[in-house]
Write a protein that binds this ligand. Structure first.
Ligand SMILES: Cc1ncc(COP(=O)(O)O)c(C=O)c1O
Length: 366
């Protein structure tokens, strides 16, 4: 039986093979290995396509959050509100700058930040909030921004999984003080290695991040402050500049595939976008009460699937020193035990989807 992959990067690369090879050859020839013309081209193209005023490519999505927090002067003694249900990188960046991540429960309907819970976890040290547009499903940014204004918090949007997503017609990442993206190979727009992006509407923050990611440089050997090295590679810039020309079409296909799944999976709990959003479906996530049985059935039928993420941050060993333990976040713990990400990619065929749905329906319990 032919394998159905979780995502099909081979199909995506095949469709662009000659363009990608030419773009890579050009970098080798011009030796623009670090930043340079390919990265500058990508910066402009991504900014234009996604929306936003200032932006710069960087080394990866985790570093992007770290740099964004540094731009906001978040550090030792500060606390940052982070959803308990996200990839660990969101919280790691907070730790990296010396601040304390304070985990926030998710709501039981959309499985996004529970702002009432966030209010309960505020202290005099709370300086920022880090909403995550997980799975490409936008957070309700007007509510998040109202909360941030009320409590005088800075906002960094983690858009790692939400390239081109919108909330009420406005690009995610343009609501907060800064926003960050990941171009990890499996993302909706993925590099051939690590890469990320930082977006802001604020010229001063932009000036800081451009310098910070390049050793605080003003000139080749003139350093205004201690920065670091979070630059994007030229090869990644060239790959991304090539692939970004297809991102809108791939995203449209993601929406179509998600719609077909929605129609075939009526009666099951599928994570749904809020009505006011334009989602981009990085993943297609369902919830079941017998996940292991469903995964076993997929395995027998040569179908790949995933869990994003099986352990909430509060139950990760890394968080134990911060005093978190099992039982403290019932909604995220229950969700983590039930979620399953189905095979999902723009090139998915009707036949592949029928096979996935057939196996799923044959065994899954809501
Ligand atoms: C929600 C979220 N935040 C942050 C990251 C970190 O990005 P990167 O892997 O590029 O460091 C990722 C992706 O891995 C992610 O999914």
């Amino acid at each position: 039986m032919e394998k159905i992959p979780f995502m099909d990067l081979a199909a995506q690369n095949k469709s662009l093979e000659s363009e990608l090879n030419a773009a890579i050859a050009e970098v080798v020839q011009s030796r623009s290995f670090i930043q340079g013309a390919p990265v500058e081209r990508f910066n402009k193209d991504f900014l234009r396509l996604h929306g936003g005023t200032y932006g710069v490519g960087c080394a990866n999505g985790t570093g992007a959050i770290t740099v964004a927090l540094r731009a906001l002067n978040v550090g030792h003694g500060d606390e940052v509100l982070v959803p308990n249900h996200t990839f660990i990188a969101t919280a790691e960046a907070v730790v990296e700058v010396g601040a304390k991540p304070v985990l926030v429960e998710i709501d039981s309907e959309y499985r996004q930040l529970d702002l009432k819970d966030a209010a309960r976890r505020m202290t005099a040290k709370t300086k920022a909030i880090l909403p995550v547009h997980l799975y490409g499903l936008p957070e309700p940014m007007d509510q998040v921004m109202a909360f941030a204004r009320e409590h005088k918090l800075k906002v960094v949007e983690d858009c790692a999984q939400a390239q081109l997503a919108k909330w009420k017609g406005q690009a995610v990442g343009t609501f907060g003080d800064l926003a960050t993206f990941s171009f990890y190979p499996g993302k909706n727009l993925g590099a051939f290695g690590d890469a990320g992006f930082i977006l802001t509407e604020n010229a001063k923050h932009f000036e800081f991040i451009e310098r910070y990611i390049n050793h605080g440089r003003q000139d080749k050997y003139l350093h205004q402050f201690f920065g670091s090295n979070y630059r994007m590679d030229g090869l990644q810039g060239a790959v991304l500049a090539t692939k970004v020309t297809r991102l809108a079409a791939w995203t449209e296909r993601r929406r179509e595939v998600a719609k077909q799944y929605d129609e075939s999976l009526k009666g099951f709990r599928v994570l749904q976008p809020r009505a006011e959003s334009v989602p981009v479906y990085h993943l297609y996530v369902v919830e079941v009460s017998n996940r292991q049985e469903v995964m076993d059935a997929f395995k027998r039928e040569n179908i790949d699937c995933g869990i994003h993420y099986p352990i909430p941050l509060s139950c990760q060993p890394a968080f134990a020193p911060l005093g978190y333990k099992e039982g403290q976040f019932p909604v995220s713990e229950e969700m983590s035990a039930r979620i399953l990400s189905l095979p999902f990619f723009p090139e998915m065929t009707v036949e592949q989807m029928k096979r996935v749905v057939g196996v799923f329906r044959g065994v899954a319990k809501a």
